[in-house]
Every structure is written in C-alpha cells, then in structure tokens.
Design a protein around this ligand. Structure first.
Ligand SMILES: *[C@@H]1O[C@H](CO)[C@@H](O)[C@H](O)[C@H]1NC(C)=O
Ligand SMILES: *[C@@H]1O[C@H](CO)[C@@H](O)[C@H](O)[C@H]1NC(C)=O
Ligand SMILES: *[C@@H]1O[C@H](CO)[C@@H](O)[C@H](O)[C@H]1NC(C)=O
Ligand SMILES: *[C@@H]1O[C@H](CO)[C@@H](O)[C@H](O)[C@H]1NC(C)=O
Ligand SMILES: *[C@@H]1O[C@H](CO)[C@@H](O)[C@H](O)[C@H]1NC(C)=O
Ligand SMILES: *[C@@H]1O[C@H](CO)[C@@H](O)[C@H](O)[C@H]1NC(C)=O
Ligand SMILES: *[C@@H]1O[C@H](CO)[C@@H](O)[C@H](O)[C@H]1NC(C)=O
Ligand SMILES: *[C@@H]1O[C@H](CO)[C@@H](O)[C@H](O)[C@H]1NC(C)=O
Ligand SMILES: *[C@@H]1O[C@H](CO)[C@@H](O)[C@H](O)[C@H]1NC(C)=O
Ligand SMILES: *[C@@H]1O[C@H](CO)[C@@H](O)[C@H](O)[C@H]1NC(C)=O
Ligand SMILES: *[C@@H]1O[C@H](CO)[C@@H](O)[C@H](O)[C@H]1NC(C)=O
Ligand SMILES: *[C@@H]1O[C@H](CO)[C@@H](O)[C@H](O)[C@H]1NC(C)=O
Length: 477
C-alpha cells in the first residue's frame, strides 16, 4: 500500500483521536477539521476506521539461501570517527528548581516552557536521519512481532498449548497481541511515508511452546528496551508521543509472556533502555529476507554472543542448565534436555513451579550475585540479517569486561578470557539501583567490551565503539 504524504499526516493526525475520544467526537473532527482526513475515509461508516498496512498471513519460515545484492549498513559519508563524551553544558543546571514559578505564564494555568507547547499544529513525521532510522528500526520490530505471534499459534496445536498450561483464552490473547502489532506497524508506516520498510520473512529456532513463549518474552524485551534507548532523543516530539503510546502496549506484552512462562512478572523497579544497534543486532538474525527495494537500516550489527550457562526458566534450578539456548544473542531457552523432576512445569513442590500464573515466587532464583557466567563470542565479518546482506563489525580492542545493562545502570565486571580466545567467564556483580532494588534482575542485557566507561541511561549509545561482541539477553530473574 502506497500512502501519499498528505494522507500520511491526515491518518496519523487522527489516529490518537480515534484512541482517546468517543466515535461521535472523532467523526465531527474528521468532517469539520480536514479534507485530508475525509479523503482517506470517504464512506461515513469508516470515518474512524483508517486502513492498516498489508501483511502476510502465511509466509514461509525458512533460512535465506540466496546471495545479497547489497551488503553492509546504509551509510553516508562520515565527518568523524566516533562520538566523544563532552562536559556538562552550563545551561543544563541554571533552572533553580525551588518550587516557584520563574517566568510569566503564557496563559493562566500554563507554566512557561516545554517543547511543542505553543499551539503549533503537530506534524507526526520524521525530522532527521536519527528519527527516520530509529522509527524504521521500530517498524522492523513491529513486523517481526506480528509474524511471530501468529507463527506460534499456527505452529503448535491446542493440545501443545494446553500441556504448557495455556487455554483458548490465553491463545486468543496472543492473537490479540498480533493485532496490536498491525496497528503499531500501520502507525509507524504512516509516520515514515512511502519508503517505510515492509514486512519481511522470518526464521525462528523454537520447536516447543515453552521455547516459543521464552523467545517472545525475550524478543519483546529488546523491542521495548530498544525504543526506550532512543525515545527521548527523537527530534520529532510528535512521533515520540505516538511511539510512547504503542511501546506501553509492548511493555504489557512482555510482562504477559513472563507470566505465561511462570516468571515473576516484573522483578525490577525500572525498565532498561539500549542503543538501536543493540536492538538491531538481536533482531536481524531472525529475518530471512526482505522484499525487493526494501529500505535498509544504518545501525551496526555486532558479533554474536552466547551465554553458555544462561539461566533456563524451564528448569526448577535454572542455573543448572549449560549450553541450553537456541543460539546466541537472544539466548532463548532450549527445552529439549529439561525433563522429569528437573522441569518446573506442573512441579508441585512449593516454589518450584513455572506453570502460567499471575505471579510466581521461585525458591531457587534464576541467577544470583557471585555466579560465574560463561560466554562465547564470534569474530566480526559474518553476514547476518535480511538476505544475509548486513555484516557484523566491531571497532573495539581486546575483550576485557562484561557490561551489565539493567534498570538505570551500566556496570562492568572483569572478563577472564580462556585459552580459546573466544570463550571467557565473569562473576555476576552485586549492586542495587536504589537500596532494596537489586539492579541485576529480570530480562536484561550483557555485552563484552574493551573498556569500562561510565555511562547513564541518556548517553548509553557511547558504549557502541567499545562493544567486542553482543549484546546477549541474560535471564537474571
Ligand atoms: C559505506 O560503507 C562501505 C563499506 O561497507 C564503504 O565501502 C563506503 O565507502 C561507505 N560509504 C560512504 C559514503 O562512506
Ligand atoms: C575519536 O575521535 C577523536 C576526535 O574527535 C579522536 O581523537 C580519537 O582518536 C577517536 N577515537 C577512536 C577510538 O577512534
Ligand atoms: C512554536 O514552537 C515551535 C517549536 O516547537 C517554533 O518552531 C515556532 O516558531 C513557535 N511558534 C511561535 C508562534 O512562537
Ligand atoms: C500440566 O498440567 C495441565 C493441567 O493439569 C495439563 O493439562 C498438562 O498436560 C500438564 N503438562 C505437562 C507438560 O505435564
Ligand atoms: C529479583 O526479584 C525477585 C522478585 O522481587 C526477588 O525475589 C529476587 O530476590 C531478585 N533477584 C535478585 C538476584 O536479587
Ligand atoms: C531478498 O531475497 C529475496 C529472495 O531471493 C528476493 O526476492 C528479494 O528481492 C531480496 N531482497 C532484497 C532487498 O534484495
Ligand atoms: C525496485 O526499484 C527499481 C528501480 O527503482 C524499480 O525499477 C523496480 O520496479 C522496483 N521494484 C519494486 C518491487 O518496487
Ligand atoms: C543449582 O545448580 C547449580 C549449578 O549446577 C548448583 O551449583 C546449585 O547448587 C544448584 N542449586 C540448588 C538449590 O540445587
Ligand atoms: C553447545 O551445543 C551445540 C549443539 O547443540 C554444540 O554444537 C556446541 O559445540 C556446544 N557448545 C559448547 C560450548 O559446549
Ligand atoms: C536444543 O538442544 C538439543 C539437545 O541438546 C539439540 O539437539 C538442539 O540442536 C538444540 N536446538 C538448537 C536450536 O540449538
Ligand atoms: C518469596 O521469595 C522471597 C525470597 O526467596 C522470600 O523472602 C519470600 O518470603 C517469598 N514470599 C512468599 C509469599 O513466599
Ligand atoms: C545505578 O543507578 C543509580 C541511579 O542512577 C545510581 O544512583 C547508582 O549510583 C548506580 N549504581 C552504579 C553501581 O552505577
């Protein structure tokens, strides 16, 4: 479906209204307000029913076997080699924060300041390369989720879902999540316009319902965290507003998949944000091919990272699993070797069950401070992603640290590299984000780095030049 630019803005402009206001209100706005909007919704009954993107309902799920026409990330000429850390801007600390109004109010009840608050009619478009590339990445993510949720429902029988503790209502919830992705993909397509990336074909490693649920739980984690990493940096506050309203839905999906696999639903006080290149590194390996002329992305693909003793949520003692993932990066659980009393599904010992539940308190935690964690990583130069057309790269030096990216923190532990130069271990650190909130918990991110630079959530992308391999998703809790 090709959307004309005026149509794009018209649709987007009215999308939030359709969400928040009763139908009669939207109808009045569309007829009185804008000829663009009425043009898109000619039949009166469809005044509040803007069209959605087209998507495949049955696509193959096989690896790509052809040859890439183009390779490497989308790029332009570069004016520098890296972004360097700069001192605090003096203007950043001048507001007195004394609880008093410092300036005249533009109108009664309207405190001065803010961005986009002066009444200018919003335009929900990309306003920079940063915006376009970030939103296009988010669109690639929405499309894989749309396909993924449908694929799980198509691939496994009702009986297989039932054995995993999920009934028809639960399956309908997954189906509804796929429908939410149709909406998210449509919104992002409307923002980006005619060259927005299209739906691709995908290839997933899971073979059981437990593996599917864990794969979804982890994929939605980087979907959500990938957006938090860039949301506040967008030039387009308008697009950021709409994206916030979709990513909050994604956050709910992530939590529901945790509940489906019997994990504690939200073991952290803050949800972490990661750089775009981290989300793209985790996502790209599951895209087989994209349509001809697909709009490419400018983000980096880092070398793959395995967590050899990734905690396996299908086990009563999650930490006991070794080499039990479906591959690097997302490091989703492999349920094949988890049998008998080692399995937590339907386990009747208190604190040992991982059957679907609103909440579950595990007697044996998935991970713990002081745990020795083993890694294996790849060298750069491997083709990955759609049509094998992207190539893994790293500008980092020698591997020295493991970066633990979780909640509001980036913390490092030293890496001991074994004789085999691509295997090493570290010790899981112990830190609280705030007192009473163990920072390393939930579904979080690790990477191998060459340095331990100090970073906070708003400048976390400065880690990228130091990434040797990763990220990988660590199932900390
Ligand atoms: C883009 O990257 C490729 C290598 O992947 C390089 O050959 C090319 O010169 C780059 N283009 C620009 C404009 O920097
Ligand atoms: C980063 O850029 C600065 C100049 O902006 C340069 O001095 C420095 O060597 C660069 N570092 C790397 C690792 O390329
Ligand atoms: C309102 O703010 C926008 C930026 O958000 C600015 O471009 C525009 O000039 C402002 N309009 C007026 C009338 O001040
Ligand atoms: C778990 O228990 C449910 C409900 O009793 C049952 O339907 C299902 O088959 C059991 N699953 C396994 C793997 O034993
Ligand atoms: C993770 O959070 C859960 C739930 O709050 C808590 O029981 C557990 O102790 C935490 N894990 C660690 C490693 O602190
Ligand atoms: C990727 O490969 C498929 C199948 O060979 C092909 O139809 C498609 O045009 C390719 N996409 C791109 C962007 O080259
Ligand atoms: C891809 O782009 C080429 C060159 O612009 C064009 O001739 C071709 O029709 C496009 N293919 C599709 C499927 O849009
Ligand atoms: C869980 O497994 C780990 C690794 O095999 C082992 O060190 C630990 O003692 C086990 N914990 C319990 C409570 O069995
Ligand atoms: C992990 O298991 C795979 C087979 O599933 C095997 O190819 C690989 O060598 C194993 N890795 C390690 C470090 O044992
Ligand atoms: C899952 O584990 C089994 C048993 O070790 C292994 O045969 C299989 O290859 C693994 N699956 C993947 C996708 O690595
Ligand atoms: C949940 O687990 C924690 C940590 O093991 C424990 O302190 C707490 O008492 C448990 N809560 C319940 C209700 O079992
Ligand atoms: C973790 O983040 C909090 C909140 O920004 C900060 O106060 C604390 O110092 C950080 N801890 C570490 C070890 O970096």
């Amino acid at each position: 479906m090709i959307l004309k630019p005026c149509l794009v803005l018209g649709l987007v402009g009215f999308f939030p209204l359709a969400q928040a206001y009763p139908k009669w209100f939207v109808a009045r706005q569309t007829t009185a307000g804008s000829s663009q909007a009425t043009a898109t919704t000619s039949a009166s009954a469809s005044a509040s029913e803007p069209p959605v993107v087209s998507y495949a309902t049955s696509a193959p799920h096989t690896p790509f076997s052809g040859t890439a026409l183009v390779t490497g990330a989308l790029n332009a000429s570069s004016v520098g080699t890296n972004i360097t850390s700069q001192p605090v801007s003096p203007a950043a600390t001048t507001y007195p924060s004394n609880g008093q109004l410092q300036n005249p109010e533009p109108a009664p009840y309207v405190p001065a300041g803010g961005v986009g608050t002066n009444g200018t009619t919003p335009t929900y478009n990309a306003k920079s390369d940063f915006d376009y590339e970030s939103l296009a990445l988010a669109l690639y993510q929405e499309y894989i989720e749309l396909d993924l949720f449908r694929d799980g429902l198509a691939r496994f029988s009702d009986a297989e879902f039932k054995a995993a503790g999920l009934n028809a209502e639960d399956r309908y919830l997954i189906q509804f999540m796929a429908q939410q992705e149709v909406g998210h993909a449509t919104m992002l397509t409307n923002i980006l316009g005619a060259n927005a990336p299209k739906q691709c074909t995908y290839n997933y490693p899971y073979t059981t319902v437990a593996e599917f649920l864990d794969f979804c739980q982890k994929l939605t984690r980087f979907g959500e965290s990938g957006v938090y990493g860039f949301l506040a940096h967008l030039d387009s506050r308008e697009a950021a507003t709409l994206l916030t309203q979709s990513i909050t839905t994604e956050a709910r999906q992530q939590m529901i998949f945790r509940q489906f696999e019997g994990l504690f639903p939200m073991p952290v006080w803050f949800e972490v944000g990661i750089p775009q290149s981290w989300a793209w590194t985790l996502l790209a390996p599951f895209i087989s091919s994209c349509p001809e002329n697909q709009t490419r992305l400018a983000w980096e693909n880092f070398p793959a990272l395995w967590i050899l003793n990734q905690p396996n949520p299908a086990r009563v003692n999650a930490s006991a699993g070794f080499n039990e993932t479906l591959g690097p990066g997302i490091n989703a659980l492999n349920s094949t070797k988890v049998t008998g009393s080692a399995a937590c599904i339907n386990n009747t010992t208190p604190g040992s069950s991982c059957s679907p539940a609103i909440t579950n308190n595990r007697t044996i935690p998935l991970s713990y401070p002081g745990r020795r964690v083993w890694f294996q990583w790849e060298s750069p130069g491997k083709p990955v992603g759609p049509n094998n057309s992207y190539v893994t790269t790293s500008s980092a030096g020698t591997p020295k640290y493991v970066a633990w990216v979780t909640q509001l923190n980036v913390t490092y532990s030293s890496l001991t590299v074994s004789n085999n130069s691509s295997i090493g271990w570290t010790t899981q650190p112990s830190l609280d984000t705030y007192a009473g909130d163990p920072a390393i918990n939930g579904t979080m991110f690790v990477a191998i780095t060459d340095d331990d630079i100090y970073l906070t959530p708003f400048n976390i992308s400065l880690i990228n030049p130091h990434v040797v391999a990763g990220p990988a998703i660590y199932q900390a809790g």
